[in-house]
Design a protein around this ligand. Structure first.
Ligand code: FE
Length: 204
């Protein structure tokens, strides 16, 4: 089975926004959203059980969904996708508005407020069937697709690799790969292969 073939199913990238019972705002980046009915309006959303936002929504039942625009920064996706709301208030440094006490993204393509109605469980996810209580349009930009996001991630990784310079010994060709940044090595450090001093290393 080629799981990557599933990435060809076209869908978008979204932020959820919710509020814990103690008032703390939480949110996450998700990609599994489907409109299942328009009258009355209902959506299905899948959230990882490990997600703090998912655990919050299980209790409070209410959340916002912001549709991300095509020019969404990698940083925003990273913040909402890879950091837990349990340890950081992600909305603090993110332009957002509040409606019905819930945070949503200022520059979203569109936003909605959902209330969970039925919950189904898989191994790692809860799938919420929700009523849409309110929905409104935002910026005129195109929505970011999951395929674009994948492409963006790859480009970011490539750029990172390209900008990471390596320190190379000009005598023996050894490439420094220690955990301590090369600049912070002591002055008497020597090349582990040929024994020459730091000064013979150049950045490539
Ligand atoms: Fe060397």
């Amino acid at each position: 089975m080629d799981i990557t073939a599933l990435f060809k199913i076209s869908h978008g990238v979204y932020l959820t926004g919710a509020k814990e019972e103690n008032g703390h705002l939480v949110g996450s980046c998700i990609d599994a959203v489907m409109v299942v009915e328009t009258a009355p309006c209902q959506i299905a959303v899948s959230l990882s059980k490990k997600s703090w936002t998912c655990q919050t929504i299980l209790k409070t039942k209410l959340f916002t969904l912001s549709i991300l625009p095509e020019d969404t920064s990698f940083d925003l996706i990273h913040r909402f996708g890879f950091i837990s709301s349990q340890t950081e208030n992600k909305w603090d440094n993110t332009p957002h508005e509040i409606r019905n006490g819930l945070p949503y993204l200022t520059n979203a393509v569109a936003c909605l407020i959902a209330q969970t109605k039925t919950i189904t469980e898989t191994n790692n996810h809860f799938v919420f069937l929700c009523d849409v209580l309110d929905v409104w349009a935002g910026t005129m930009k195109q929505p970011l697709t999951y395929a674009d996001y994948q492409q963006k991630t790859k480009q970011q990784e490539r750029r990172k690799t390209m900008t990471e310079k390596k320190w190379v010994c000009t005598i023996c060709g050894y490439v420094y790969d220690g955990n301590v940044p090369f600049e912070e090595l002591p002055d008497d450090w020597v090349c582990p292969v040929c024994g020459e001093p730091k000064s013979v290393f150049v950045q490539e």
